[in-house]
Design a binder for this molecule. Structure first.
Ligand code: FMN
Length: 219
C-alpha cells in the first residue's frame, strides 16, 4: 500500500477575509447549509469532539451536532468517558470535515451542560427505540456480552409497554460548546489552502463593532 501517492487536488472554491461574515457562528451556519444541500457521503452534522482527560491526555470521538444557538449543542451520556473528561476540564474542540466541499471547520471553546428542560425536550423528540437505548446503555463502561445490553433493553421495553412513558435519565443530556476560536479551511491547489480564523478578543472595546478578530493563517 503506497499512501505517499494518495493526493487530492482541491479546486472547488476559495475563501478570503473579505468573504467572512462578522460572526463565526453565522459563517458556520452558511457553510453548514451548503454542506446539507450538497451530496455528502457522510452525515454533515457529524463532528469530532476532542476532550482532555484528568491526566492531560487527549481523547476524541464523533458525535452529532443537534442545534446551533450561541454555541454548538450535542447530546450524550454525562457519565461517559467524554462526560468525565468535561467534568474535569470543560475546554474542548469540535472538528468538521466535509470532503465533498473540500472544507474543514475547527471550533474551540468551553463546554457547559444545557438546561434540563432543553434536554427533556430533545429526549422526548427522539424515537422510542433511541430513548430506550439511551437508558439501557451504560456508555463507556465494560459490559460482558451484547446479551447483557439486550436484556436491559427488553426490561425497559416491558416497563414502557406498561406505563407508556419514558423519563430522561438524569445522566443523559446535552452539552453546549461556546466558541472562543473558530477556523474555516478551504482546500486550494498546491497545498496553498485558505485558512480564515476568528479569535475572540479578550477585552472588547466599545469602538469595535464585533468581538471577533478575523485573520488569515498560513496553510
Ligand atoms: C456518526 C457517529 C455519530 C455519533 N453520534 C453520537 C452522539 O451524538 N452522541 C454520543 O454520545 N455518541 C455518538 N457516537 C458514538 C461516539 O463516537 C462514542 O463511541 C460514544 O459517545 C462513547 O464515547 P466516550 O467513551 O469517549 O464517551 C457517534 C458515533 C458515530 C460514528
Amino acid at each position: 500500500m503506497d499512501l505517499g501517492n494518495l493526493r487530492q487536488s482541491y479546486k472547488k472554491a476559495s475563501f478570503d477575509v473579505q468573504d467572512a461574515l462578522e460572526n463565526p457562528i453565522e459563517q458556520f451556519k452558511k457553510w453548514f447549509e451548503q454542506a446539507l444541500e450538497s451530496d455528502l457521503s457522510a452525515e454533515a452534522n457529524a463532528m469530532v469532539l476532542s476532550t482532555v482527560d484528568k491526566n492531560n491526555r487527549p481523547s476524541a470521538r464523533v458525535v452529532l451536532l443537534k442545534s446551533v444557538d450561541e454555541g454548538f449543542v450535542f447530546y450524550t451520556n454525562y457519565d461517559s468517558r467524554k462526560g468525565e473528561d468535561l467534568a474535569n476540564n470543560p475546554y474542548a474542540s469540535l472538528t468538521f470535515f466535509w470532503a465533498e466541499l473540500e472544507r474543514q471547520v475547527r471550533i474551540e471553546g468551553k463546554v457547559e451542560k444545557i438546561s434540563p428542560s432543553k434536554s427533556d425536550e430533545y429526549f422526548k423528540s427522539r424515537p422510542i427505540g433511541s430513548q430506550i437505548g439511551a437508558i439501557a446503555s451504560p456508555q463507556s463502561r465494560i459490559i460482558d456480552t451484547r446479551d447483557e445490553l439486550e436484556r436491559l433493553v427488553k426490561s425497559i421495553e416491558k416497563n414502557y409497554e406498561e406505563t407508556n412513558f419514558i423519563e430522561r435519565p438524569k445522566n443523559w443530556g446535552g452539552y453546549r460548546l461556546i466558541p472562543n476560536y473558530m477556523e474555516f479551511w478551504q482546500g486550494r491547489e498546491s497545498r496553498l489552502h485558505d485558512r480564515i480564523n476568528y479569535l475572540l478578543k479578550e477585552d472588547v472595546e466599545e469602538r469595535y463593532a464585533s468581538p471577533w478578530e478575523i485573520v488569515r493563517l498560513a496553510p
